[in-house]
Write a protein that binds this ligand. Structure first.
Ligand SMILES: NC(=O)c1ccc[n+]([C@@H]2O[C@H](COP(=O)([O-])OP(=O)(O)OC[C@H]3O[C@@H](n4cnc5c(N)ncnc54)[C@H](OP(=O)(O)O)[C@@H]3O)[C@@H](O)[C@H]2O)c1
Length: 246
């Protein structure tokens, strides 16, 4: 990592995204804090107690024009992108049993967690190609791990988070196929699960956990600061060397 690395974090105004923004800025990166809501985004930047270079950029991952404008702003100001953290994510099924989940609920979750990632990633690839060490970090989940979901008694299977689990499994496929497609460009693409951290997501479900935001972002920060040619197409857990299994 050079001191001048340029990063974009989607959904950076709160939760894990905000902590990732803070820690990348502390490491000397110029960080674009993406937020779909301008007031929440600007308040997040103002509330950060870092002396680093953090800049608000309006970015709704479901809105192509907003993504295009955000990437154009980064291009005009910085001319390249070194790190993209696809962090924005939702869970839209709280309290609905699997047999009652509708296709509209599936679409709503996929709109952000999958289609939004494709919109942002494809728009950022030209800028990432201008980096000497492009890195994409996809915020996945153990709830999307087919390894975990195939275990008959697993918490992930019992929870029955149909839309969320499916979307995070699809996100892992994006990681694998983007990593292959961008290997020749030296762009490293990895998935990570932060482990269960009590944030805005999944409100209304059992969020009991003693993991802090700092615990949750340890591996995402590691992946966002990888030296060139270190690893790509991997799925890492809350321990840097641990893989939850795809
Ligand atoms: N917390 C956990 O235990 C856990 C575990 C596994 C994976 N994850 C993943 O980690 C990531 C961060 O989650 P979190 O726990 O920090 O949740 P969070 O506190 O709910 O934050 C989610 C962020 O995503 C943003 N967002 C939602 N829809 C968006 C859109 N259309 N465009 C742009 N931004 C949007 C939210 O913005 P608003 O403030 O405007 O709503 C917010 O900034 C997610 O991808 C989540 O699936 C979390």
């Amino acid at each position: 990592m050079t001191t001048a690395d340029i990063a974009l974090v989607t959904g950076g105004n709160k939760g894990l995204g905000l902590e990732i923004v803070r820690q990348l800025a502390e490491r000397g990166m110029r960080v674009y804090l993406g937020a779909r809501d301008e007031t929440r985004g600007r308040e997040a930047v103002a509330g950060l107690t870092t002396s680093g270079d953090v800049r608000f950029v309006q970015l709704d991952v479901t809105d192509r024009e907003s993504v295009r404008a955000a990437v154009a702003l980064i291009d005009a100001e910085s001319g390249r992108l070194d790190v993209l953290v696809n962090n924005a994510g939702i869970s839209s099924e709280v309290g609905t049993a699997v047999p009652d989940i509708t296709a509209d609920q599936m679409r709503a979750t996929f709109e952000v967690n999958v289609f939004g990632v494709v919109t942002v990633t494809s728009a950022c690839i030209p800028l990432l190609r201008k980096s000497a060490n492009g890195r994409i970090v996809n915020m996945a989940s153990r709830l999307g791990s087919l390894t975990a979901l195939s275990a008959p008694d697993s918490r992930q299977r019992k929870l029955g988070a149909l839309t969320y689990s499916s979307s995070k499994a699809a996100l892992n496929v994006l990681t694998l196929l983007y990593s292959e497609a961008l290997r020749a460009d030296g762009i490293q693409v990895n998935s990570v699960t932060p482990g269960r951290v009590d944030t805005g997501i999944g409100a209304g479900t059992d969020r009991s956990t003693d993991r802090t935001l700092a615990d949750g972002v340890r591996t995402p920060i590691h992946l966002a600061t990888l030296p060139p040619q270190t690893m790509t197409g991997e799925f890492r857990g809350s321990g840097i060397d641990e893989s939850p299994g795809w």
